[in-house]
Structure formats: structure tokens, C-alpha cells
Design a protein around this ligand. Structure first.
Ligand SMILES: Cc1cc2nc3c(=O)[nH]c(=O)nc-3n(C[C@H](O)[C@H](O)[C@H](O)COP(=O)(O)O)c2cc1C
Length: 324
């Protein structure tokens, strides 16, 4: 396939695996890149910048295809050494940086000056326009369907991607709710030049997740996600489980809840341990509405090949309808 996104990222298919905390490791990123998409290592999954460097080296040993690094900047009392993580990606000459979060201008400028291709992921057209003004090469836009922090605007991808494609000069990558080639055809028809997926890539053979978690994703329906942290204006979409139900209940109880109140339930270490042990109800499992579309656990290679075939079928179907 050929779009501005495949040319920019030097990949065969415009299919990106978005950064994913605890999941974006070399096993998954290398498999996606090897299959012709763009795999992304998640910086903050690594405990130190040095460990990110080792993960980059490991990924390079697993694939000779290009892959990227995600840098997610979230409001926190104790910020990690973001600059040092980026420095490691620059020193290792990783070709692509996916940025997410707020106040990214200095990181974007530094990555661009070092020759990286920068794709900024955001959840609104106004943030996409501001990223474009800061010089990013492309934007990924997460619709309301997406896993993770999909913002407070609650606009679905169908509307968001259409407006973004009309208003931006840089290429738009559609993200959120995409899990097969028909959805890819839909967003490409809206003007996107690539897709970004998270949840779908969690349900693959290579995703470093316990089989119980993968089974939970396969059996979930489109109604099995929850929006947490709504009352704190930091909304996140996760799988419906005992923890997310409890978080929402505490937020909705009289007096509400603060982040410190919720911390024992949502702490990153707890989520990570639940993912590793397969304890589906003991930590947050980030997942989007596309879980309803997912019903198998293919390899990344089979998934990407199937998506491309489905994409072509969908285009042919639309073409046939246009001719009637
Ligand atoms: C398990 C998981 C963890 C995620 N962690 C991050 C993260 O650390 N940084 C980030 O920018 N996006 C993160 N995301 C969002 C994805 O990169 C992607 O934008 C989103 O999943 C797209 O929506 P979809 O799940 O409907 O495909 C995460 C998603 C999942 C499923």
C-alpha cells in the first residue's frame, strides 16, 4: 500500500501499533514491524532510560525493519526523566517518535532537530492543529472509542477523523475503534492515510500478556469497557472488571474520589502484576470498544495480512455499489 504515512515511516502497510504501557515491548513491536507495519516500544514501560536503550537493541536484533518509540507525558507528581528517555532514542537512532500527552513542544523540537520522524497522538482537532504548528510530521487522532486516555470531548472517530483530514495539512492517522480491514477502509475513506491500533494488537500471539488477559479481550463485547477518572477530568477507557467497576463506584459515591483515594486500585505496579499473572480482576486492563470486534488471537503477521485483504475487499464492495 502507498500513502504519505507509508512513505514517511518507510513501512509496507499504513498500520501502526500505538505505544502501550507494559505491552509495548520488543516482542510485539518487532513482530508488527516485521509484518510490514510500524511497531512502537513504550519508553515508560522500561524502569530507566538505560533499560530503554537495551530494549531498543533487543528489538533491533529481532527485526531489521523500522520501529518507533513512544513518549507519553502525563501529569504526575513525580515525573520520570522524559528527556533522558528521548535522549536514548535519539542516540540509538530510532527513526520514529510517537508523542502523547501535553506540553510536548520541546520534545518535538528536540526529536525533529535530531532527524526523527515525529507522530503526535492526540484526541482532538485543536490539539492536532497545535501539534502541526509545532512541526510534527503526522498526527494520530484517538476517537472516543479508543483504549486509554481518549480525552473529555467524547467525539467518535467518524466525526473526528473527517474534520481532521479536512483541516490538517500533515497526514492523519486514524486511531480508536479500529480492529479490522473494513474499519481501516472506512477511516481511509474519511481521509486518513493510516491506522493506529492498541487493543487489537493486545489480542495477538506476540503481545506480552498472560493468556487469561487475551482470553478476556476475545470474550468481551463492545459494551464491556468502562470510563474511569471521568470525575477527575482525566478520562481513561479500560476493560470492565472488578477494579474498574470499583473505581467508578467510588467516583460516583457522595463526596467523590481523588487520585490518592483511587491509587491503591489503579497503581501502575498493580496493573502490571495483574497483566503478568493473568489476574483479570485485580488491576486495570486498558482496552477500547473494539474488543467487541475481536474474536481471535492471530500472529501479528496473520493479522496484518488479513487486514490488508479485508481492506481490499471492503474497497471492492464499495466500488461495486458505486457502479450499480
Ligand atoms: C494496554 C494499553 C496501554 C496503552 N498505553 C498507552 C500509553 O502508555 N501511551 C499512549 O500514548 N497510548 C497508550 N495506549 C493507547 C494506544 O496507543 C492507542 O492509541 C489506542 O489503543 C487506540 O485505540 P484502540 O485500542 O481502539 O485501537 C494504550 C492502549 C492500550 C490498549
Amino acid at each position: 500500500m502507498r500513502t504519505r504515512v507509508t512513505a514517511l515511516l518507510k513501512i509496507r502497510y499504513p498500520i501502526i501499533q500505538g505505544g502501550m504501557q507494559w505491552v509495548g515491548r520488543a516482542e510485539l513491536a518487532s513482530a508488527v514491524s516485521h509484518a510490514g507495519g510500524l511497531g512502537i516500544l513504550t519508553s515508560l514501560t522500561q524502569p530507566t532510560p538505560q533499560a530503554l536503550g537495551e530494549e531498543i537493541d533487543r528489538c533491533r536484533r529481532m527485526t531489521s525493519e523500522p520501529f518507533g518509540v513512544n513518549l507519553t507525558v502525563l501529569p504526575t507528581a513525580n515525573p520520570p526523566r522524559y528527556d533522558d528517555y528521548l535522549g536514548v532514542a535519539i542516540d540509538r537512532q530510532v527513526p520514529v517518535l510517537e508523542t502523547a500527552g501535553s506540553n510536548m513542544a520541546t520534545f518535538i523540537a528536540r526529536a525533529k532537530a535530531a532527524g526523527m520522524v515525529v507522530v503526535h497522538k492526540c484526541t482532538s482537532v485543536r490539539h492536532a492543529l497545535s501539534a502541526q504548528a509545532h512541526g510534527v510530521d503526522a498526527v494520530s487522532i484517538d476517537g472516543f472509542e479508543a483504549a486509554g486516555h481518549a480525552g473529555e470531548d467524547d467525539i467518535g472517530a467518524l466525526v473526528l477523523i473527517r474534520i481532521a483530514a479536512r483541516r490538517l495539512a500533515v497526514p492523519v492517522v486514524a486511531s480508536g475503534g479500529i480492529a479490522d480491514g473494513a474499519a481501516m477502509a472506512a477511516v481511509m475513506a474519511l481521509g486518513a492515510e493510516g491506522v493506529n491500533m492498541g487493543t487489537r494488537f493486545c489480542a495477538t500471539q506476540e503481545a506480552p500478556l498472560h493468556p487469561n488477559i487475551k482470553r478476556a479481550l476475545v470474550s468481551a463485547t463492545e459494551r464491556d469497557t468502562k470510563l474511569i477518572f471521568r470525575t477527575l477530568r482525566n478520562t481513561g477507557r479500560v476493560l470492565r472488571n472488578a477494579i474498574s467497576e470499583e473505581v467508578v463506584a467510588r467516583e460516583q459515591a457522595p463526596g467523590g474520589a481523588t487520585f490518592p483515594d483511587l491509587h491503591p486500585l489503579v497503581a501502575g505496579a498493580r496493573g502490571r502484576s495483574a497483566l503478568e499473572r493473568g489476574a483479570v480482576d485485580d488491576g486495570l486492563v486498558w482496552a477500547g470498544q473494539s474488543v467487541g470486534v475481536i474474536d481471535d488471537l492471530p500472529t501479528c503477521g496473520d493479522l496484518i495480512a488479513r487486514m490488508v485483504a479485508e481492506y481490499r475487499e471492503a474497497i471492492a464492495r464499495c466500488q461495486a455499489a458505486a457502479l450499480e
